[in-house]
Write a protein that binds this ligand. Structure first.
Ligand SMILES: [Zn+2]
Length: 75
């Protein structure tokens, strides 16, 4: 399981006719299982860093829960 994903973009500058690369560090991602409907969905933790009481929103049943309340956390 990848914790931090480094994504590369290849860009083409039309004016100078040059191709260059640009990188970006993405959020730490993991799967959680909703305690309400028991469905699995993917979340990014960058929003939850140092915000322990910030709750995740289940896209299936709209339940709100934090990481400790999740039925399962798959990293
Ligand atoms: Zn749910």
């Amino acid at each position: 399981m990848i914790d931090l994903a480094y994504v590369m973009f290849i860009k083409h500058d039309k004016h100078q006719n040059k191709i260059y690369m640009e990188g970006k560090i993405m959020a730490r991602m993991f799967w959680v299982v909703c305690p309400e409907c028991k469905k699995k969905f993917y979340v990014a933790t960058i929003d939850f860093k140092n915000k322990k009481d910030r709750r995740m929103l289940c896209p299936f049943c709209s339940a709100r829960f934090n990481e400790d309340e999740a039925l399962e956390v798959i990293r």
